[in-house]
Design a protein around this ligand. Structure first.
Ligand code: HEC
Ligand code: HEC
Ligand code: HEC
Ligand code: HEC
Length: 162
């Protein structure tokens, strides 16, 4: 085979390739975390690390075990699908404590809370209930929408359920 007579440059190139590959394996050994790939294309230990982080949200199921009256009230109104901590903020410190009275949550102030979701904006879907700033005439929202957990005002005689 005459064509491989001057194969030296090919062998040198192959040699370089082998060196680069070994270098890659060595670097990979030091830089890729030990548990990478244990379960999939991520660091297996990340699961343990995440589980060790503090919990901030307790979840509405937890709230409802103790505040069943409010859960019932809420489920009958327009806020049925707005979860407790969307308004009350992260409350694991209260809800998951041995003594929930050790950290009693501050009541949210409807003068600043409600408008965060209900402020009129062209960017919102048209059917989402929105109000302008002058709607409340400077009063806290719960002056008229007396129960934040079931805020519809009864103008229909249906008990607030629209
Ligand atoms: C283990 C039972 C328990 C759980 C779970 C629990 N709470 Fe409470 N919560 C209480 C008790 C007891 C009080 C103090 C007495 C009261 O006002 O009802 C309280 C008080 C509150 C208050 C203040 C009431 C006031 O009158 O100022 C708020 C707000 C509240 N909880 C919200 C929540 C939210 C939101 C959750 C879920 C993240 C939650 N709670 C989970 C037992 C619980
Ligand atoms: C749309 C917002 C919103 C949601 C959702 C909401 N809350 Fe409230 N909650 C409020 C506001 C505002 C107050 C304060 C009312 C006041 O100042 O009288 C309040 C008051 C309370 C109080 C004090 C007692 C009372 O009846 O005023 C408790 C307890 C409470 N919420 C628990 C809950 C629980 C449990 C859930 C979920 C099942 C929940 N809240 C969902 C806004 C909300
Ligand atoms: C975290 C967001 C959020 C906050 C905060 C919030 N709401 Fe709502 N509200 C909603 C959602 C979601 C609905 C249901 C919209 C739907 O049915 O499409 C709703 C529905 C309503 C409705 C019914 C409107 C209708 O025509 O059906 C009223 C009234 C209302 N909210 C008043 C309030 C008041 C008063 C407060 C403060 C105590 C408040 N909301 C705080 C999200 C919020
Ligand atoms: C002076 C009394 C009053 C105050 C204060 C008030 N509202 Fe209302 N609101 C009403 C009445 C009346 C309606 C019409 C009845 C209904 O649709 O339930 C209404 C309707 C709404 C609706 C439904 C609008 C729609 O398009 O379906 C939302 C959302 C709402 N209010 C949010 C708020 C928020 C947020 C605040 C505080 C910034 C607030 N309201 C303060 C009286 C009031």
């Amino acid at each position: 085979m005459n064509s491989f007579k001057n194969a030296g440059h090919l062998l040198r190139f192959a040699g370089l390739f082998v060196i680069a590959f070994v270098l890659f394996l060595v670097i990979r050994h030091y830089y890729v975390p030990k548990s990478f790939g244990q379960y999939g294309h991520y660091r297996g230990d990340a699961i343990k690390d995440d589980a060790a982080r503090p919990t901030f949200y307790a979840g509405h199921d937890t709230c409802e075990t103790c505040h069943a009256d409010i859960a019932t009230k809420k489920s009958g109104g327009p806020h049925a699908h707005v979860n407790c901590e969307a308004c009350h903020g992260p409350q694991a410190i209260h809800a998951l404590a041995d003594d929930p009275t050790a950290h009693i949550p501050v009541k949210p102030d409807s003068a600043t809370l409600c408008i965060k979701c209900h402020a009129a904006s062209l960017a919102k879907p048209k059917k989402f209930p929105q109000v302008n700033e002058d709607h409340s005439m400077g009063m806290p929202c719960i002056t008229c929408h007396t129960n934040p957990h079931s805020p519809a005002i009864d103008t229909t005689g249906t008990g607030g359920k629209k």
